[in-house]
Design a protein around this ligand. Structure first.
Ligand SMILES: [Zn+2]
Length: 209
């Protein structure tokens, strides 16, 4: 499975099928001018890596990354002067073709695992790095997943919480009405829980899309 990230300020309608890790952006409700005021315009189309983590632990499924490895990778990015984008900044880069630094990256963690809390709560304080958790709304407060308290706490620590659909279903297998429900119910719940306007959605689509 690959991940598809879509940035949006309106509810996305219909089926989407784009190349892996491609990001599409729509709507101009984000104040890109204010965000990019001091950024540098590029003559060539800007592309940037999106790093996708899941559980930060030594055991579990094949997508796990041990905490030591995660910290090593963040340290590497810091030593190579990477700027860590927020979702609003990622959108602004795509919209304006301007960027805040030569090296930029969007650090993301999918599903909202409980163990993300310990590695993310001091990420900004220790590394001046921002990250985005794409959270499965229906899993919140479950055994292995972030609680409402932790999500609110992370948000206060420069960690963006965005939408990974309500039930984490394969949208490719749903009809249009159900797809919209999965996306919009996820967004509405996050908007209410965190008093925010959720702008980004990540969901999984098959490789042969
Ligand atoms: Zn996922």
């Amino acid at each position: 499975m690959k991940k598809l990230i879509v940035l949006l300020t309106a509810i996305l309608m219909g089926t989407i099928c784009l190349p892996a890790q491609e990001v599409s952006a729509s709507s101009n409700k984000i104040n890109t001018q204010r965000i990019s005021k001091k950024w540098k315009k590029s003559k060539v189309k800007i592309k940037f890596p999106i790093l996708m983590y899941h559980s930060i632990a030594s055991t579990g499924n094949s997508l796990n990354v041990p905490i030591e490895q995660f910290e090593e990778e963040i340290t590497y990015l810091k030593s190579h002067h990477y700027y860590f984008l927020s979702p609003h900044e990622a959108y602004t880069v795509l919209k304006t073709n301007k960027k805040p630094r030569k090296n930029i990256v969007w650090l993301t963690l999918d599903d909202g695992y409980k163990n993300n809390f310990d590695v993310l709560k001091n990420l900004y304080k220790n590394y001046h790095a921002k990250a985005t958790v794409f959270d499965i709304i229906n899993s919140q407060n479950g055994g292995n997943f972030l609680s409402h308290y932790q999500l609110k706490n992370l948000k206060r620590s420069h960690i963006a919480i965005q939408n990974h659909t309500f039930h984490h279903m394969d949208l490719d297998k749903l009809d249009q009405q159900k797809q919209v429900e999965e996306m919009s119910t996820g967004k509405d719940n996050l908007d209410t829980l965190l008093s925010q306007k959720t702008i980004a959605l990540a969901y999984e689509v098959p490789y042969n899309c």
